[in-house]
Design a protein around this ligand. Structure first.
Ligand code: ADP
Ligand code: ADP
Ligand code: ZN
Length: 215
């Protein structure tokens, strides 16, 4: 089964994707993670996108579609893909449709994580992740364990993203409304869209998504 998790920055896409990976043998494809990896390892493409990402602008369609195409070609034997943070434009959406069509395993569901804008500042400003395994934490709603060790892998190297500040978030939200939110109509018209309440507890959101996937 192939699914898209769709929602603004901080909606909980990464958190939910990780849960699906653990419970359903699915593969998470996060273009944000791929771009950060490229940036951290200092590849030519990584250097090219660093400033764009710091501002919270979208990277070009060409770059992210290329990243996804490579991953789809290289990944085999799994319970399906979770697209997290991709597609973000209509051009990316149509490219994904074509790429998946070619694999013979088209998209099954697009899940919209519905949240209020006011919640996002708090979500983003409290976010940290484990530098080793990528587990996502939140200062208030999912604090790092008191012993300072990641609950998933035991490492004690937590990171905060440089773009998780209010100014960049405002710009990311603007990009979301201008370029990504039209995808809601696009997938609704394709009869693929289901909205779940992204403001509920992490566990409740997991249950709502499970219901959609198992229906
Ligand atoms: P968030 O968790 O806040 O939704 P991501 O980790 O998905 O953010 O993305 C971080 C940044 O990487 C974005 O602000 C953007 O610059 C870039 N990026 C990630 N995915 C895409 C995409 N599909 N298209 C264009 N830019 C992207
Ligand atoms: P996205 O990938 O959509 O940008 P994340 O999964 O990184 O979002 O979540 C953003 C922040 O909000 C993280 O700190 C995460 O721990 C927290 N979070 C995610 N889902 C929920 C939820 N349902 N309730 C409260 N906090 C949440
Ligand atoms: Zn960890």
């Amino acid at each position: 089964m192939n699914i898209i998790l769709l929602g603004p920055p901080g909606a909980g896409k990464g958190t939910q994707a990780r849960h699906l990976v653990e419970t359903r043998n699915m593969v998470q494809l996060s273009t944000g993670d791929m771009l950060r990896e490229a940036k951290d390892s200092g590849t030519e493409m990584g250097n090219l996108v660093a400033d764009v990402m710091a501002r919270g602008d979208l990277v070009t369609d060409e770059i992210v579609i290329g990243l996804i195409r490579e991953k789809l070609e290289d990944t085999t034997d799994h319970g399906g893909f979770i697209f997290d943070g991709f597609p973000r434009t209509l051009m990316q959406a149509t490219a994904l449709g074509e790429l998946l069509e070619a694999t013979g395993k088209p998209l099954d569901h697009v899940i919209q994580l519905g949240v209020d804008d006011e919640a996002l500042v708090a979500r983003i400003s409290g976010r940290s992740t484990c530098g080793n395994c990528g587990e996502v934490y939140h200062d208030v709603t999912k604090p790092q364990p008191a012993d300072g060790k990641c609950e998933k892998c035991g490492a004690s190297d937590f990171k905060r993203r440089a773009d998780d500040n209010e100014e960049s978030l405002r710009n990311r939200l603007m990009e979301y409304y201008k370029k990504t939110s039209p995808l809601l109509g696009y997938y609704y018209a394709h009869n693929m869209l289901t909205r779940v309440d992204g403001l509920a507890d992490i566990k409740e959101v997991q249950d709502s998504i499970s219901k959609v996937l198992d229906a």
